[in-house]
Design a protein around this ligand. Structure first.
Ligand code: IMP
Ligand code: MG
Length: 180
């Protein structure tokens, strides 16, 4: 059943599962016998993170970081603030950043620079969703993209609007009256 605030479902639960599985297989093949540190970006990527790590067959550590680049609206503020840092020292480690969505690319630009500064051995990005039309940081190119979506504000499967809707099992677009 679709939530009453949702205008349309953009990516179904089944399509998400298929995309996650495919990404997991690609990641497993690409890293070969390397050990990785998978870093989930809270809170949006929490749902994707727990699913994707179970599709990756490698030795891994997992860790989480919480950053905020958005206020309560649907537009990026351009400011990235670290709310919770890693517990892991990433120096010399192969890092896979797991994000829910790349929009302007500001959040990832900031994180990639931070992990470079901390001397990670390599840094790759896996994102469930990508909105390439919206990119401002043109040099931010995810290594693994689940699904490209058009320029629409979406919720579900971890993604929120004002902290709600993260628990929806699909990706959907809200009815305009909800965010206007
Ligand atoms: P960026 O820094 O502009 O690339 O924004 C990335 C972050 O903004 C993501 O991690 C999300 O938390 C949030 N975001 C971007 N687009 C959406 C959306 O359509 N729905 C919900 N959150 C979004
Ligand atoms: Mg996020």
């Amino acid at each position: 059943m679709t939530h009453k605030d949702i205008e349309k479902v953009l990516v179904t639960r089944e399509e998400i599962a298929a995309a996650v599985k495919k990404l997991g297989q690609e990641i497993t093949a690409d890293y070969g016998d390397k050990e990785i540190v998978v870093i989930g970006i809270l809170r949006g990527a929490a749902v994707f993170m727990t699913d994707i790590i179970r599709e990756i067959d490698l030795y891994m550590d997992i860790d989480f970081m919480s950053v905020s680049s958005y206020g309560d609206g649907t537009e990026s503020t351009g400011q990235v603030k670290i709310i919770k840092d890693l517990d892991t020292n990433v120096r010399g480690k192969h890092i896979l950043i797991v994000e829910d969505i790349i929009d302007t690319g500001r959040t990832l630009k900031h994180l990639v620079e931070l992990f470079e500064y901390r001397q990670a051995a390599s840094i790759k990005i896996a994102t469930l969703l990508d909105k390439p039309e919206r990119r401002i940081m043109k040099d931010i190119m995810p290594n693994y993209v689940g699904i490209e979506i058009p320029n629409e504000f979406v919720v579900g499967y971890g993604l929120d609007f004002q902290q709600k809707y993260r628990n929806l099992p699909y990706i959907g677009v809200l009815k305009p009256e909800i965010y206007q």
